[in-house]
Design a protein around this ligand. Sequence first.
Ligand SMILES: Nc1ncnc2c1ncn2[C@@H]1O[C@H](COP(=O)(O)OP(=O)(O)OP(=O)(O)O)[C@@H](O)[C@H]1O
Ligand SMILES: [Mg+2]
Length: 585
Amino acid sequence: MIDKDKTLPNKIWPFIWHFLRGYKSLTIFYFTLAAVAGFWGPLNSLLLKRVINLLPTVTDGDISILIVPATLIVVNYLVIYNLSWRGIERIQAKFTPVILNCIIGESMDHVLGKSAQFYQQTLSGKTLKEITNLAHLVDLLIRTGAYFPRYFSALLTATIASYFANPIFFFILVVWLILFSLLRIFMARKLRILTTSQGLSESMSVGELVDCLYNHNNIRIFSRRSFENSRMASYLEKVKKDYQATALYALRMYSIQGWLFTILIAFSCYFLVYLYSKNLVTIGDFALILGLTIDTGHTAWFAVKAADPLNRALSIGQQSLTSLMIPLEIHDKPDAVALKCNRGQITFDNVKFHYKETEPLFQNISIKIKASSKVGLVGYSGAGKSTFINLLLRLYDITKGAILIDGQDVRDVTQDSLHTNIAMIPQDPSLFNRSLMDNIRYGRIEATDEEVISAAKKAHAHEFIEKLSQGYDSLAGERGAQLSGGQRQRIAIARAILKNAPILILDEASSQLDSFTESLIQESLWELIQNKTTLVIAHRLSTLLNMDRILVFDQGVIVEDGTHTELLILNGLYRKLWDSQVGGI
Ligand SMILES: Nc1ncnc2c1ncn2[C@@H]1O[C@H](COP(=O)(O)OP(=O)(O)OP(=O)(O)O)[C@@H](O)[C@H]1O
Ligand SMILES: [Mg+2]
């Protein structure tokens, strides 16, 4: 279940706890079971010592004395090791996908709440990689996390058992474990830095790779395959270098560990032989201590071996989290209410706005658009028409002034309610790779098939959909790639017709249509926009003749405002644009 009211923590351990806290008892049981499994090794050594010490007492083939310790060796394996470990694996099998789904679901929900600016500045491949990094971390944590309580209890029992066998060996093991841990703590710090850098370069390279996939058509028509290959090679080279640096450093750590392990065995062997020669240890003690020493060395070794990928995943996870969990730039106020849009009057009151790190685009724009009026927005490319619409949709927050719909500031209402009341047909609509039926139904999820088809007919999309072999079940392809630009626009128009919101925005909505289809659609659109406040951006000025009012933008300023005839008489920028189009024709 996605908990929309909670923001996700941006530090890795609180982030992981956020997902585990709903399963506290299960988590405790899981780690306890793992700790129990750790008793197996030392218990086995103790039982083995018992058997070895009893062997010389076996006489005349009477082995009854061995039955109990030998049976306990089997029971120890079956219950302590086998059963508890199978229990752990069962919890892993059931629990891992549940947690992974929560992480992917909540991270996706968080990313979908990001502002338009985030998507303009971040490569989607990079974001995808970062979400999968977090999922991978928690998967790894659940799988290998069980090893650590097991290793801990194994080390604890081994050192305690060695104390009772002979305090000298207890002392050797404890000193060795301290040295080993200090070395690891010291070296792990550098390893973390190296892995963070590796994670970043991996995310960057996946981001670039996905960007190339999106631009496959550009690459083909400009014959830039080899150019892209060598460009990609520089990112991959960085990944390779970071990978090698991390792996080689880890190798150096393992060599030092190997030496430490050798020293431990050498010390233990020396003292064992020495004490045995003095009759201070039995053969059973000899076997027990050697077993415990090798067990301790191996356990410590496996523990750090398991910790390395986890450490690596933790560093990469933290790096991913830092870049994913930057605070949302646009969020609903805590007391935001639903927009009540009865009439659809729009007011820009002294609005000042600039995109991040750019010069101001709008300086004190003030304009009132009456409810149910039809307004055209025209001007040179880059004059600010789409920005005007983006501000109304609150895709960006303004720096000064206010934008009101029916007297309510767009910053005081919930974004969901704002967007429910505005239908938008964008300049270059993109579709989901789902059926055309589902793509149109996106305008109103609860619409029946008949309503969808009726909207498609009004948008003159029905004609071409019918001719497709799968009809309304045809897939649109990634971002709608299997349709032409004009067909995509007609699907977007059908979607807006179905949505039937009180405010309608058309941003060059019919620019990719042939004149015949456009004139057919104009009729349907005219029907649609009755009783709605409609903003129409168009470069083809002939499509705006029936507008109540036309606003002319020039470098972020509304320089002219009036009907088509009034603006022609004004003999300004609109006249210039009109004449150039009429002259062109
Ligand atoms: N996300 C952005 N970040 C920075 N600058 C932007 C961004 N979007 C637009 N701009 C700049 O703001 C200005 C206005 O752009 P806008 O898209 O509003 O123009 P437009 O009038 O819709 O143009 P067109 O007719 O070509 O669609 C342009 O100079 C553009 O480069
Ligand atoms: Mg535009």
